[in-house]
Structure formats: C-alpha cells, structure tokens
Design a protein around this ligand. Structure first.
Ligand SMILES: [Zn+2]
Ligand SMILES: [Zn+2]
Length: 218
C-alpha cells in the first residue's frame, strides 16, 4: 500500500514520475536471439545446448527471461523485493509479456518463498510476478509448489545447486504443461529443482520464465 501514497520516483535513476521511468525501462538490456534453445543464454548462433547448460540435467524444457541482470536490473529487482514496491511487479510483468513469447501451457506456477523471507518481506516476488503475468497472459497462476526446507543461496552455482536440491515439492497434481515463474534466473538450479518437483507431480513439460537473467561473458 505504501507505494501508492509516496511520491513516485524512478528506482533506478531517481527522476520523479514513475517507479521505473521510460528511459530506464528502455535501457534494461534485452536478451535477443540467437539464444540457446534450452537455457535461453545469448549465443553466437542458435544452438540446442550451450556451454552454460550442456551436460547438465535440467528438468525444464526451456528458460526465457525479459532482461539481462545488469546493474540497473539489479537495482530494480532489489527495490521490488526488499522495499516491497509492488507496482514494480506489474512493470516487470509487462516487460516479460512484451519480450518473452507467451508459453503454451495450461497454468503458471511460481517459485515459493521460504517462510522466513516471506514473513520478512510480506510478499513473495516470484508469486507477485506470476499473478501479474497470469492476467496479461490469461492463464491461471497456481500455488503448485512448496518448500520442504530452508532458503536458497544465490551467486555461486555450486552453492545454489546444493541449497535447492530436493528443496521443493508439489502441493498436488500438476497440469501437463506448466510455466514456472521466478524473478531472477541465475544458474538455473532453482528452476531445475522446481521443474523436477512439478514433473514428479505429473507435469510433462515445464518452461521457466524469469524477469531477469544473469549473463555470463566470455
Ligand atoms: Zn529512471
Ligand atoms: Zn544453454
């Protein structure tokens, strides 16, 4: 509610007006083809697997994101998550819907927050994004997953993989085709762990969708 009352400033550049001004919105790095068909990493030419995902068992069929996770995107995600600026979830959803093709699925799911984080923030950013996207894509957004334990570590892929393995389970039967929504795709380990749980609950195909994606260089 708070963000409805406060004067609006762009969280990236500080200019008065909207929480994300048109200029900063435009400058968020686009993730444009050619991409790795599976993990969505930008590649020199279209490939089925890339250096980032080759040899990894990833339970999702594809992963796509709207923007590269650069400094501006990081600032935006931080304001959205930690400061609870909910309107930014709608901005993020619009960017996703504008840049990522609508997945051919029956429902959206989202990465569940661990309880501590949810209590601390009062919201789950991935859930917010899922709910906003559900409106734009005219799909149901369902709480298909829950955590079995703990939080997740981001940053190093080893830490993330270790922390998310077996950390999720389905709350019931999953639809055959599901898109999994998260705010940031870092190594794919979280998306893969969630997709594994959805597939164990009956999903045949899981597509991961994120607002931002970490981009490796070199
Ligand atoms: Zn701005
Ligand atoms: Zn790849």
């Amino acid at each position: 509610m708070l963000d409805l009352l406060l004067p609006q400033r762009c969280v990236v550049c500080g200019r008065g007006g909207r929480q994300l001004c048109a200029g900063c919105r435009e400058e968020l790095p686009r993730i444009e083809p050619p991409l790795c068909a599976r993990c969505g990493a930008p590649t020199a030419w279209p490939v089925e697997r890339c250096r980032e995902c080759a040899g990894r068992r990833l339970a999702f069929a594809s992963a796509r994101a709207a923007v590269g996770y650069d400094a501006a995107a990081r600032t935006l995600v931080h304001a959205w998550k930690e400061r609870g600026l909910r309107r930014l979830a709608a901005e993020a959803a619009q960017l996703v819907a504008g840049r990522v093709p609508r997945p051919e699925v029956e429902a959206l799911a989202f990465v569940p927050a661990d309880r501590g984080r949810r209590l601390e923030r009062g919201h789950n950013p991935a859930e917010r994004l899922g709910l906003e996207l559900a409106v734009l894509w005219e799909l149901p957004c369902l709480p298909l997953l829950e955590r079995t334990r703990g939080g997740r570590q981001r940053g190093s892929s080893v830490a993330e993989r270790r922390s998310v393995r077996g950390a999720f389970r389905a709350t019931g039967t999953a639809p055959r085709k599901v898109a999994l929504v998260d705010d940031v795709y870092t190594t794919g380990a979280t998306a893969a762990a969630c997709a594994t749980a959805l597939r164990a609950a009956g999903a045949r195909r899981v597509e991961a969708v994120a607002f931002a994606r970490a981009l490796r260089r070199g």
